[in-house]
Design a protein around this ligand. Structure first.
Ligand code: ZN
Length: 147
């Protein structure tokens, strides 16, 4: 099995059986995301422990790439702090937008999204979950400062 087939299998698996799928009870914040180009819709919930994402779940309807990307993202960011998540997003963005950008080994299964760079129209499908997570984190930060 070559790398491309392996990556395709990861995407198909996470689309068929998305991880951390369904509303999160006791969430500190959530945000809704919409990608009108494809019709993908997502809601991302986060529970925070200081700067750390203690738990994250998502729900949504959309194409295989948007669902698989959100599923992979929840696995990757759970337990990480905001600065680490931001750095991870920058790596993902490079992987998605630069053709044949080498995948950093630290990306783990997220590297499977590298194939998306061959389909520029689908980049927004893969980044929707990250923008939605960002909105949820910003909202939670805003909520904390009003206390
Ligand atoms: Zn899509």
């Amino acid at each position: 099995m070559d790398l491309k087939e392996l990556y395709r299998d990861v995407i198909l698996d996470h689309n068929r059986q998305p991880r951390n799928f369904g509303a999160l009870t006791g969430a500190d914040a959530h945000a809704d995301g919409h990608n009108p180009l494809c019709g993908d819709r997502l809601t991302v919930w986060v529970r925070l422990d200081g700067e750390r994402v203690a738990d994250i779940r998502f729900e949504g309807t959309g194409c295989a790439i948007s669902t698989a990307s959100a599923s992979l993202m929840t696995e990757a960011v759970k337990g990480k702090d905001k600065a680490t998540i931001e750095a991870l997003y920058r790596q993902i963005h490079t992987l998605l937008t630069q053709h044949d950008a080498p995948a950093d080994p630290s990306l783990g299964k997220l590297a499977a999204l590298g194939g998306v760079s061959e389909f520029p129209a689908r980049v927004k499908c893969a980044t929707l979950c990250w923008h939605t997570l960002n909105a949820a984190l910003e909202r939670s930060a805003a909520a904390v400062t009003t206390e």
